[in-house]
Design a protein around this ligand. Structure first.
Ligand code: C2O
Length: 503
């Protein structure tokens, strides 16, 4: 089937924590923005019109492979030009993967202003069908009272030489607080959760109920019991939750922001948000009890439902060292190795499409894109060493990766870890966003079976704006043979005098 959405993107006002009303980016006059829902196999068409007046925009469908349609992936100056105010752009792609995803602006640090929402792909062949009665979609997020247009220039300035990220004012469930989720006794629900926030990882737990995790980031895994989960920005998880047999009480569920990410802890910060599983409106809504020791489920213990084996030894290993440092302007930047990403004027995809055989030469993509050219079909390993003291949730576009290894905090680089091929799991868990611990390392592996231009970046939006991005140029010659740019690509670039093909 074809599912079509007409999205008019524009400013509305919102006050989700009841403390401050501010301009927020909505769709069709509403915020929270609508969810996108489709079935596996559907063709999805999103007509996006930019009514913001003062900012360009674009939409990224986080976690979708965009197989054959890399030009629909959304990051501006990567696979398209930003959609300028007053212009429209049509996204058109086919979805062949199930699960819990989200979509968000992928232009200039914009999504924390509100342009972020769930994207759910139902699967008529899910192995867990029949094990639950209903689905409940639940987002968790963080919220700033100031707009990004105010926060970003201050963050990326010499007035902030340590690169301290702004601390959010509130945590939200479904972009609100005091959310009541109505449940019935003796039923099993499939909760689909997404952290659509900009910065904070969150600990999540339900009082009096356990979670059985069955999916992370769109990949089914063997059921695993959890009392508490940790979700970084951009991670998703679905779990089964069975309700009590009686309706004599309501139960709190809590998301608690990971304050270790914050350089300062404002005294009045309430870093928790509470919602309630509501069995009976006339029963009390209990305050959650305090949890001082947080012990979340470790996603490294997950086993994929399909038992896919570890890919063989890599054909190519890309080693990325995360460094935070100041440049001559006194501001703090984030680097992979010695490069802090700067967006090219011509989107990287267009450079790849117009370069002929030269497209396999990484140097044509400019000095600041951190471009790595991947060959069709090869096994690629990415090793990320964190030379920084913060947690970073890394996301790869266009793929799920096998997560082979994650060190503890302070473990140093992978090279020094004394870990060999035999130490990796035989059936590693797969996802698209994976947390790297402070001064630690991670190892990821995937097969380059999806020609396209795919970013690899930290999903903390502050670090996106300070340059923690690399560009995977995957099988560019195959890409040239498979993509013809539709008119809306040409139009939004032409209106900004940016060459698309052949410059
Ligand atoms: Cu959720 Cu580069 O994206």
């Amino acid at each position: 089937a074809t599912v079509t959405y007409d999205f008019n993107i524009g400013w509305v006002t919102a006050n989700p924590d009841g403390a401050f009303e501010r301009p927020t980016i909505g769709i069709n006059g509403e915020w929270p923005i609508p969810r996108i829902e489709a079935n596996v196999g559907d063709n999805v068409i999103v007509h996006a019109t930019n009514h913001l007046g003062n900012q360009s925009t674009s939409l990224h469908f986080h976690g979708l492979f965009m197989n054959g349609t890399s030009h629909m992936d959304g990051p501006s100056q990567v696979t398209q030009c930003g959609i300028p105010p007053g212009s429209s752009f049509t996204y058109n792609f086919t979805i062949n993967q199930p699960g819990t995803y989200w979509y968000h602006s992928h232009t200039g640090g914009q999504y924390p202003d509100g342009l972020r929402g769930p994207l759910i792909i139902h699967d008529p062949k899910s192995p867990f069908l029949g094990q639950y009665d209903e689905e409940i979609i639940l987002t968790v997020s963080d919220w700033y009272h100031e707009q990004m247009a105010v926060l970003l220039p201050a963050f990326n300035s010499k007035g902030n030489p340590t690169g301290a990220e702004p601390v959010p004012q509130a945590a939200l469930f479904n972009e609100t607080q005091n959310l009541k989720v109505a449940v019935q006794p003796g039923k099993t629900y499939l909760f689909r959760m997404a952290n659509i926030g900009a910065f904070a990882g969150q600990y999540i737990w339900f009082e009096g109920h356990n979670m059985t995790i069955v999916e992370v980031d769109g990949v089914y895994h063997q059921p695993a019991e959890a009392e508490m989960i940790y979700m970084s920005a951009a991670q998703r998880c679905s779990f089964l939750l069975t309700t009590k047999n009686e309706t004599t009480a309501n139960y709190a569920f809590i998301a608690s922001m990971d304050t270790t990410l914050f350089d300062t802890l404002p005294e009045d910060l309430n870093y928790n948000v509470t919602g309630w599983l509501t069995y009976d409106e006339v029963q009390p809504f209990p305050e959650p009890s305090l949890v001082d020791e947080l012990d979340p489920f470790d996603d490294m213990t997950l086993i994929p439902y399909d038992n896919q084996s570890i890919f063989g030894e890599p054909d190519k290993t890309i080693e990325l060292n995360v460094i935070m440092d100041n440049l001559n302007d006194g501001a703090n930047y984030a680097f992979f190795n010695n490069i802090t990403y700067k967006a090219p004027k011509v989107p990287t995809l267009y450079t790849a499409l117009s370069a002929g055989d030269l497209a396999t030469d990484p140097s044509i993509y400019g000095s600041y894109t951190n471009a790595f050219v991947l060959e069709k079909g090869e096994i690629v390993q990415i090793v990320v060493n964190n030379l920084d003291s913060g947690r970073h949730p890394f996301h790869l576009h266009g793929h799920h990766f096998q997560a082979l290894y994650r060190s503890e905090d302070e473990a140093g680089t992978f090279e020094n870890a004394n870990v060999t091929e035999a130490d990796f799991p035989a059936t590693p868990m797969r996802r698209d966003t994976f947390v790297l611990y402070p001064d630690g390392n991670i190892v990821l592996r995937f097969r380059a079976d999806n020609p396209g231009i795919w970013l690899f970046h930290c999903h903390i939006e502050w670090h996106v704006t300070s340059g923690l991005i690399a560009t995977m140029v995957e099988a560019p010659l195959d890409l040239q043979a498979s993509i013809t740019l539709p008119q809306s690509h040409l139009d939004v670039c032409a209106s900004q005098n940016i060459a698309t093909v052949g410059n």
